[in-house]
Ligand binder design. Structure first.
Ligand code: E4P
Length: 218
């Protein structure tokens, strides 16, 4: 399972990259705004800065909601770096745009997916990634993990090549469950990735090993 980090924060991206487990980055307009990045030129150069840190795919989201606008933006975004994947919302013109872009060999990430039906459309349109939002479903009393499992099964049934990119991950258990059900990718905040590291018995065990070493190596 690939690990993407879901942030536009360069320090966090660098930290995850240095851990050696980072396969890519996802961003969205809210994450860019959180970092105070605004204006087309600043946004474009921020994407470039992200691409300079990581080795894998970097999702950059279009803000147009009409087909022509999305294609225009996609064409500009892919000029930034070959790592850019065009992130397109699951709306009617978005599906058309994904089909158009995938027919031309441009990688896409279909975002804001909340149902299996939407995931089927994204795969049929040729999306490289589909992004079902686990946490936001949990927030409204639907089981986000069930959706991931359902999409993984459907894609396996038909050998769809679209990768299931579990998004809106909130904690380490989401990541573990995604691995169990066979999601291809998770995108998570740095805190959730780092939380995988932690176990109190590891800390207690290490403390004892080091204390015993110290006793016999004064
Ligand atoms: C997906 O790519 C989105 O950027 C993201 O995972 C949304 O997460 P949130 O629900 O925590 O905002």
């Amino acid at each position: 399972m690939k690990f993407f980090i879901d942030t536009a924060n360069l320090k966090e991206i660098q930290e995850a990259h240095e851990l050696g487990v980072l396969d890519g980055v996802t961003t969205n307009p809210s994450l860019m705004a959180k970092e105070g990045i605004s204006g087309k030129n600043n946004i474009m150069s921020h994407y470039k800065a992200i691409c300079n840190i990581v080795d894998g795919d970097v999702s950059a989201e279009v803000i147009s909601t009409d087909f022509d606008g999305m294609i225009r933006e996609a064409e500009e975004l892919i000029e930034i770096d070959e790592k850019i994947v065009v992130k397109v919302p699951m709306i009617k013109d978005g599906v058309k745009a994904i089909k158009y872009l995938s027919d031309r060999g441009i990688k896409t990430n279909c975002t804001l997916v909340f149902s299996a039906g939407q995931a089927i459309l994204a795969a049929k349109a040729g999306a490289s990634y589909v992004s079902p939002f686990i946490g936001r479903l949990d927030d409204v009393s639907y089981d986000g993990m069930e959706l991931i499992e359902q999409i993984v099964t459907i894609y396996q049934n038909f050998s769809y090549t679209t990768e299931v990119l579990a998004a809106s991950v909130r904690h380490p258990v989401h990541i573990i469950k995604c691995a169990e059900v066979g999601a291809d990718v998770i995108t998570a905040p740095l805190s959730a990735i780092m939380a995988l590291l932690k176990h109190p018995l590891t800390d207690i065990g290490l403390e004892k090993f080091l204390a015993d070493y110290k006793k016999t190596n004064q």
